[in-house]
Design a protein around this ligand. Structure first.
Ligand SMILES: Nc1nc2c(c(=O)[nH]1)N[C@H]1C(S)=C(S)[C@@H](COP(=O)(O)O)O[C@H]1N2
Ligand SMILES: [Mo]
Length: 199
């Protein structure tokens, strides 16, 4: 039968192998927000990394845009079971932002405008694994998806990718974020299906 081309079959197999356990593919981009979408004027926007000893490293919106940008194409996986393959973003690697930050902290707590928080080990933000992104598929990041800027940590469930990110607190201890403190997994590796505490 010539209905399904070999190329299509090959692509389907490739897609299946990129889907973590329990996930399904979606072409849409669902919006998942625990509260209202905050409105952040760009002239008042800032991003702050605070180290465990109280030092603060700040960037204005213009300063963020001046930093070298990358365009990661990554698969994203929401704990509500949708996955989206090959999403393209533009933003600044956390490696660039962390370059001059002096720290011996092991943990990070990301804070958002609007009050959302999420925790992760600092090493999961480094070595090309995380970005502060301000474009999605070639357009400025829509407010409902976290614009003006969000954290993107695609190797963990998408709740770790804090929308409307305003800063990262570095600390020596692991402090649970918003979803983590109500039973979601502390780490959230989609490949190990770490959805809830105890998984
Ligand atoms: N500030 C903030 N960031 C957030 C959330 C949120 O409610 N508030 N939801 C998280 C969850 S559970 C998911 S799945 C993704 C959803 O991002 P999207 O709405 O762009 O799909 O954002 C994450 N980041
Ligand atoms: Mo989610």
């Amino acid at each position: 039968m010539g209905i399904v081309s070999p190329g299509f079959r090959r692509r389907r197999r490739d897609e299946d192998s990129r889907l973590p356990p329990g996930q399904y593919l979606t072409e849409d981009f669902p919006v998942l927000s625990a509260g209202p979408t905050p409105n952040i004027p760009l002239d008042r926007w800032e991003f702050v990394i605070a180290s465990e000893d109280g030092r603060e490293y700040r960037w204005t919106w213009d300063e963020l845009l001046e930093l070298p940008a990358e365009e990661p194409t990554v698969d994203i996986h929401c704990v509500t079971k949708w996955s989206k393959l090959e999403t393209t973003w533009r933003g600044v690697s956390l490696d660039v932002l962390m370059e001059d930050v002096e720290t011996t902290a092991d943990f990070a707590l990301a804070h958002s405008y609007g009050g959302y928080t999420t925790n992760l080990p600092l090493e999961d933000l480094l070595d090309g694994k995380a970005w502060i992104v301000y474009e999605f598929e070639g357009s400025e990041l829509a407010p409902q998806h976290g614009g003006p800027a969000r954290l993107l940590v695609p190797h963990l469930y998408f709740w770790k990718s804090a929308k409307w990110v305003r800063g990262i607190q570095l600390q020596e201890f692991d402090e649970l974020g918003f979803w983590e403190s109500v039973g979601y997994h502390d780490y959230g590796d989609p490949w190990r299906e770490q959805r809830y505490q105890g998984d």
